[in-house]
Design a protein. Structure first.
Length: 417
């Protein structure tokens, strides 16, 4: 596949110091920028007191994993590009390279970029343009990701960059995911600083989210390691569109993965996501096989991926491949990006999907973007006791005892402490 040219980065000062273009920990940000981030990463208790006003649940009841309302990483003009040598590529003839990070396997000419727009070939060497460039940074409730069986009621320090290796026509964060690094304001924030800010903001987890973490793979890889040194966990919120070798290398540094399963046909992925289904299914199997906590989300788009046949096939595959205990979230679509002509998903459609999934034996099936619905609660599949009660992003009651149902004693899969 030919790369998509997305402009040039001609500022020689943007080239990284050190051998191979690695950004060193010795680079320092200005005190004013650091102070801004520290103000942004306010304590989780303060966030609760504010009622999640910034980026939280709107009066319309929407509870999407969206960057809307997130604290930008830095005010002022767009930051200059900072480059680091990319992982997972190979040189070709005539200073061309081939990216091996995701299934697109872009072949990229000199001074061109891959499909994602954030990885550039310079003189036959492939670079990432977003290492340490946080386009958003803020504490979020873990329920916003959504991860319901991973430390419920806790907060994750969420970071994002520009770029994505897909182009979903229903994307809710298209202003980041479809942007180039030059088009967004960003804060130069090295991995160790992210981990430190997570601790300062009382977040036990770092979440790589809003845009696709695969395209800032090197940043995730190093930040997760820095987090683990300080006892901070890492989760990625991903489309799962990544090759197996980089995925397997990254998984030991992660604690949970949420995969957005866009639909269950190759046609839907091709027409509406500029991707393909098979690699995503392989990602789901690999994550599950690794023992890392896994949850799945499906955004139900009216008339496009909501047929009973597709939903039934998907739920059967989930049950047979990763088991009945993997949480599945059916999320409500709202008109956005290139699908503004469609209506929001009817609640009845979501309930139908939930009934299909439960009828096929899935134990934990949730409805998203409808925060007032009781289907956001975690219920014991043994005795029916409500174990985690949620209202929007807020956990209002817990009836778990050391990861087990306090009613019948059944073990409930998840990461609870």
């Amino acid at each position: 596949m030919r790369s998509k040219r997305a402009g040039r980065c001609d500022d020689p000062s943007a080239l990284p110091p050190g051998e191979g273009g690695t950004v060193t920990e010795g680079e320092k940000t200005s005190s004013s920028r650091r102070q801004f981030l520290r103000c942004a990463a306010f304590a989780a208790g303060g966030l609760c007191a504010a009622g999640l006003a910034a980026g939280g649940i709107s009066r319309l009841g929407r509870a999407t994993e969206s960057v809307a309302g997130a604290i930008p990483a830095a005010p002022g003009p767009v930051s200059p590009l900072r480059m680091a040598k990319a992982k997972y590529w190979r040189p070709l003839a005539n200073k061309r390279v081939q990216c091996l990070l995701c299934p697109k396997r872009c072949e990229v000419g000199d001074r061109e970029r891959g499909f994602c727009g954030v990885r550039e070939n310079r003189e036959g060497v492939y670079y990432t343009l977003v290492y340490g460039s946080a386009a958003a940074a803020r504490p979020d409730p873990i329920e916003k990701k959504p991860l319901f069986h991973f430390l419920p009621g806790s907060f994750a320090f969420s970071i994002a960059t520009a770029g994505c290796n897909m182009n979903c026509r229903d994307c809710q964060n298209w202003d980041l995911s479809q942007a180039r690094p030059e088009q967004v304001r960003s804060q130069h924030l090295l991995p160790a600083e992210v981990a430190k800010l997570a601790l300062e903001s009382r977040c036990g987890t770092i979440a790589y989210t809003y845009n696709e973490p695969t395209v800032f793979y090197e940043y995730v890889y190093d930040t997760a390691a820095e987090g683990h040194k300080r006892g901070v966990r890492s989760v990625i919120i991903s489309s799962g569109y990544i090759n197996q070798e980089p995925l397997r290398a990254l998984l030991p540094r992660l604690d949970a993965v949420k995969v957005d399963l866009k639909g269950f046909t190759e046609e839907f992925y091709r027409r509406y996501c500029s991707g393909s289904l098979k690699p995503v299914l392989e990602t789901i199997k690999t994550v599950h096989g690794s023992g890392k906590w896994l949850e799945l989300v499906v955004l139900i788009v009216p008339g496009l991926n909501d047929s009973e046949t597709a939903v039934r096939s998907m739920c059967k595959w989930i049950r047979q491949t990763v088991g009945a205990d993997v949480p599945l979230h059916f999320s409500r679509f709202y008109p956005n990006y290139q699908l503004r002509n469609l209506p929001p998903t009817p609640y009845a459609t979501l309930r139908r999907c939930q009934d299909i999934a439960k009828g096929l034996g899935l134990h934990f099936v949730y409805l998203g973007n409808v925060p007032e619905a009781p289907s956001q609660n975690t219920v014991c599949p043994g005795c029916g006791k409500t174990l985690v009660e949620r209202r929007g992003y807020t956990v209002t009651a817990m009836a778990l005892r050391k990861g087990s149902c306090s009613g019948c004693g059944r073990r409930i899969p998840g990461v609870w402490d």
